[in-house]
Design a protein around this ligand. Structure first.
Ligand code: ADP
Length: 163
């Protein structure tokens, strides 16, 4: 069975990696799909995000990374995926995720959204949290992999706006 795990991944955090490891153990093939409507909105380019995901998931042989386009549910169909993985951190995620999953049911009835609950230690963690810490030159090691932390700090040192 093929599953996709779509998201912005700007950048990938330990919370994402945990969902990826757990999802990859359930399916034959997990395709991580970097989705965004506008490459300009975000700190990292799609190429940078892809490279960071590939680096931090290189221990998982059935995981691959692509940049998506168009509607996520239709993109899942194009990739031959029957499952779309989403992570849920808290009740605050639920409403948004329910809306998305319900719309996707209509767009692609053959693609099932499967939710994986965040581990408690990651339930507060988002890409935005990591970026706020980087913007303030804080310690990133509990939030993102060292490789990603270095990429964030590179932006900080270069004076690039991290938003
Ligand atoms: P999006 O912009 O689509 O929300 P994200 O990259 O922020 O993209 O997240 C992709 C998916 O991963 C979403 O389903 C989100 O709820 C989930 N996710 C993000 N951070 C975590 C985390 N710390 N633990 C579990 N799931 C998470």
């Amino acid at each position: 069975m093929i599953a996709i795990y779509p998201g912005s991944f700007d950048p990938i955090t330990y919370g994402h990696i945990d969902i990826i490891e757990r999802a990859a153990s359930l399916v034959d093939k997990l395709i991580i799909v970097i989705m965004a409507n506008d490459e300009k909105s975000g700190t990292f380019t799609f190429a940078e995000r892809k490279q960071m995901i590939e680096h931090t998931t290189s221990h998982l042989s059935n995981v691959s990374v692509v940049v998506g386009e168009g509607l996520t549910a239709e993109f899942a169909q194009k990739m031959g995926a029957r499952v779309m993985i989403r992570g849920i951190r808290a009740v605050s995620d639920y409403e948004y995720e329910m809306q998305l999953a319900t719309a996707n049911m209509t767009i692609a009835p053959d693609v099932e959204t499967v939710f994986i609950l965040a581990k408690p230690q990651y339930s507060f963690l988002s890409s935005s949290t990591a970026k706020t810490i980087a913007r303030n030159n804080g310690k990133l090691d509990s939030f993102v992999d060292d490789y990603v932390a270095e990429k964030l700090m590179e932006k900080y040192r270069k004076g690039v706006e991290i938003y």
